[in-house]
Design a protein around this ligand. Structure first.
Ligand SMILES: NC(=O)c1ccc[n+]([C@@H]2O[C@H](COP(=O)([O-])OP(=O)(O)OC[C@H]3O[C@@H](n4cnc5c(N)ncnc54)[C@H](OP(=O)(O)O)[C@@H]3O)[C@@H](O)[C@H]2O)c1
Length: 269
């Protein structure tokens, strides 16, 4: 892998994707930042070239890859950050909303991966970085649908790594804890009128918003991903989270599930 790389970051207009794109560019890499809002005039991250890219539209992904190959002749790194997020009691979540989240968070990433794999195989090298979350390891109330998409990314990344290592392709799954700086535009809620979950939903979502707004600065994740991209042997998993949030993953691993569920339930009460 060359020390200066050509990278595509999908979902780079906001939050962690933007921070990753800026950190990769600051390290001297050639970075293409992809998102829908660049088509509407949003400024690209510092040092990056903007690409109008919608992960639900294969033609925009293909056009992005073609442009990068036309301009740089290679594509070394794909980072998939694009995601949407609707908090809701699972009983009331419209199936269409769950499908929309899967379309962006899982299938969108899969579309990007399928577009870059032929290029990376032909090069005999490449690095694919997929954004999961600590919620890819355990679930919390009212984020069940989002957690399901991130658990799916974990499973997808594991098999992807097993299938593509023989072609010189490395896969890293990133598991951030709560981070500040994500746009409220992508944090939607759905709750029925007179919902029996209303009180629990209010308390739970308040806690979620509080933890996010007091979370790690996005630059921490950006720099951690850029360091991983710079490595000869990148890690298969990259957890970027406070000690307190990491402890959620340890408790999930070691506590009996009934006890873990009670601990989480009381934390979000
Ligand atoms: N923030 C956190 O606390 C946290 C914690 C753990 C994991 N994560 C993960 O980190 C990633 C970034 O999250 P964030 O909260 O920092 O970012 P965010 O502010 O929520 O931004 C979401 C990004 O996804 C893009 N996006 C949404 N739909 C898209 C589509 N159809 N095609 C292309 N791009 C699309 C948006 O760009 P456009 O609207 O311009 O297209 C935007 O750049 C996500 O995968 C998230 O699940 C975040």
């Amino acid at each position: 892998m060359p020390s200066v790389k050509t990278a595509l970051v999908a979902g780079a207009s906001s939050g962690l994707g933007r921070a990753v794109a800026e950190a990769l560019a600051a390290d001297g890499n050639t970075v293409y930042a992809g998102a829908r809002s660049f088509a509407r005039g949003k400024q690209p991250p510092a040092g990056c070239r903007a690409l109008a890219l919608d992960v639900t539209d294969a033609s925009t992904i293909q056009a992005a890859v073609s442009r990068i190959l036309g301009e740089q002749g290679r594509l070394d790194v794909l980072v998939c950050c694009a995601a949407t997020f609707t908090m809701s009691p699972l009983e009331e979540l419209p199936p269409e909303t769950l499908a929309d989240m899967m379309q962006v968070n899982l299938i969108g990433a899969a579309r990007c991966v399928q577009a870059v794999l032929p290029v990376m195989r032909a090069q005999g090298r490449g690095h694919i970085v997929l954004f999961s979350s600590l919620n890819g390891l355990f679930s919390i109330p009212f984020q069940g649908a989002y957690s399901a998409t991130k658990h799916a990314i974990e499973a997808y990344a594991e098999a992807l790594s097993q299938e593509t290592r023989r072609f010189g392709i490395r896969v890293t799954v990133v598991e951030p804890g709560d981070c500040s700086g994500g746009s409220q535009q992508y944090r939607l809620t759905h709750i029925a009128q007179d919902s029996p979950y209303a009180e629990a939903f209010r308390a739970g979502t308040q806690k979620i918003h509080h933890d996010e707004s007091h979370g790690l600065p996005p630059v921490r994740v950006g720099k951690a991903v850029a360091r991983a991209v710079g490595k000869k042997h990148p890690p298969a998993r990259l957890v970027v989270a406070s000690l307190e949030q990491r402890s959620g993953a340890w408790l999930h691993k070691f506590l009996p599930r009934k006890l873990f569920n009670r601990v989480i339930e009381s934390y979000y009460r």
